[in-house]
Design a protein around this ligand. Structure first.
Ligand code: NOJ
Length: 528
């Protein structure tokens, strides 16, 4: 294990800064709030904190619309607050990963203001401008992720500009070398300050077809599906030339010691793994969203595990994600009982795990009244598409607003069951979600076999998922029952002692012959 890097042996914890901790009483989380809670993350045992965008932004997409890549938004604090956060994290032995949004800027970014000022402005070609069709309509059928056509008409200069998300998020033209250099310098600004890495937003979207060909219709699409999926994004996503950009971006990280580049990429496994780079010169961790996008059922989970490990190129390091600020929470998708089983999977599979804030408490999606919806996806497309439910405030204690803010009303409502599910309460409860997470993390970080050890999947059926982890002479069996009824796993001559169960009982029990699992139970056995 000694020769592995921190992001290989470590655990990433995602903080959504609006909802982690408010220190100013305005109802929105901020950097000083995060700093005040770093000791909790150290206690939990995670290695790195990834902070979703905290840069200057008009907040059309809650920070994923950056108007200054080198400054902190006043809502979150000032640059000095960030420096404090970083220093305190490093003092506590925690790494800090920031969020880089290269695909698009805010429409308020000075570059875009210049670009749209006239057709002969030197920054015109920093964004993607196109003439209309002869009848004045948009150049092609490309759709925006947040609804409608991805082209916005600019009256002043009589051209359309392309935006993969909101019209307030114009896409940069990464075919322009000047854009690359300027954006890479923005990365260096933070890497020079000591930031330990970046998660790169929609990494596979940075380059679009230079011939602007129409996307083909999606034969599987039907009304009621996400409108963006009506066409297959063949010419707007995962273009072959994007690999050059990823390689060039990775080279910036290689100018420094041990920094990590993580790519946000929603693609089928076989296409995802190309982002490791042909010669291992791509992203260190192309985010693996298999457990986020597939239903939490044994057959797809078994299939994902098998196919993912088989697809990883030599030298590539795996990773697993269970939730984030864009997708319904695992406790809501799978139910609270199964969310414990899913946590055991996340923290015992081979590869760097990423935990989304609050999932360690068993937080569920929070229903948001229609008049309180904040997310542009919910506002523009359909309330059911809103990502607000998974972005509600972190639940720290049983005091008003869960200890998140002293404001009368936080920016999104706090879950109604926060008095039962919060850090203070769960810390003291030997059977809580949080206790389970802490035990899982502790075990993973103290047992090389469960950390960077090898993984061999067992051939199981029904509701069972099982694998063995090994390092030297130490072997663990992990058995997960994804069903509500009991299940029995033949041990084929293996025997050992139970080290941990999702119910946090049966510890030390001897097992041989077959491992009997209760419904919704996961078990870790130290094999002898
Ligand atoms: C992915 C981010 O996670 C999401 O929150 C954001 O809306 C889009 N990229 C656009 O930046």
């Amino acid at each position: 294990m000694t020769e592995k890097l921190w992001w290989q042996t470590g655990i990433v914890y995602q903080v959504y800064p609006r909802s982690f901790q408010d220190s100013t009483g305005d109802g929105v989380g901020d950097l000083t709030g995060i700093t005040s809670r770093l000791a909790y993350l150290q206690w939990l045992g995670v290695t790195a904190v990834w902070i979703s965008p905290c840069f200057r932004s008009p907040m059309a997409d809650h920070g994923y619309d950056v108007s200054d890549y080198r400054d902190i938004d006043p809502l979150f604090g000032v640059l000095a607050d960030f420096d404090n956060l970083l220093a305190e994290a490093h003092r506590l032995g925690l790494k800090v990963i920031l969020d880089f949004v290269p695909n698009h800027t805010s429409e308020q970014h000075p570059w875009f203001l210049e670009s749209k000022s006239s057709r002969d402005n030197p920054k015109r070609d920093w964004y993607i401008w196109h003439d209309p069709k002869p009848d004045g309509s948009p150049p092609n059928n490309w759709l925006a992720n947040f609804g409608g056509i991805a082209w916005e008409w600019d009256e002043t200069t009589q051209q359309y500009y392309y935006h993969a998300f909101l019209k307030e998020q114009p896409d940069l033209n990464w075919r322009n070398p000047a854009v690359r250099q300027a954006m890479f310098d923005n990365l260096r600004f933070w890497l020079d300050r000591g930031v330990d890495g970046f998660r790169v937003d929609v990494m596979n979207s940075i380059i679009k077809d230079d011939q602007f060909r129409d996307n083909p219709p999606n034969p599987g699409w039907k009304p009621g599906d996400h409108p963006y999926l009506e066409y297959i994004p063949a010419f707007t996503l995962d273009r072959p030339e994007v690999q050059d950009v990823v390689t060039a971006m990775r080279a910036v990280f290689d100018e420094y010691d041990e920094r990590v580049i993580i790519g946000e990429i929603y693609l089928p496994i076989e296409r995802l793994v190309r982002y490791y780079g042909e010669n291992g010169d791509g992203a260190h961790l192309p985010f693996n969203f298999q457990l986020v996008i597939k239903p939490w059922e044994a057959a797809p989970v078994r299939d994902s595990i098998r196919r993912y490990y088989a697809a990883i190129p030599p030298g590539g390091w795996p990773n697993w994600v269970l939730g984030n600020h864009d997708r319904p929470r695992i406790a809501s998708r799978a139910g609270r009982e199964q969310a414990r089983v899913a946590a055991m999977a996340l923290l015992t599979l081979w590869g760097t795990p990423t935990i989304y804030q609050g999932d360690e408490l068993g937080m569920e999606d929070v229903p948001i009244p229609l008049d309180k919806i904040q997310d542009p996806q919910g506002l523009n497309i359909d309330p059911s598409r809103s990502r607000d439910p998974e972005r509600t405030p972190m639940q720290w204690d049983a005091s008003p607003n869960a200890g998140f803010t002293t404001a009368p009303e936080p920016w999104l409502p706090v879950a109604s069951d926060y008095r039962d599910y919060n850090v203070e309460q769960e810390r003291e409860d030997p059977k809580s979600f949080l206790t389970l997470h802490r035990r899982l993390i502790d075990l993973r970080q103290s047992e090389p076999a469960l950390n960077a050890g090898s993984l061999a999947q067992l051939d199981t059926d029904g509701d069972l998922v099982a694998y063995e982890r090994a390092d030297g002479g130490t072997r663990f069996l992990v058995a997960l029952n994804l069903g509500a009824g009991p299940a029995s796993l033949p041990l084929d001559g293996r025997r050992g002692q139970i080290t941990l169960t999702t119910h946090l009982d049966r510890l030390g029990d001897d097992v041989s012959g077959a491992l009997e699992l209760r419904g919704d139970e996961g078990v870790i056995v130290r094999l002898s």
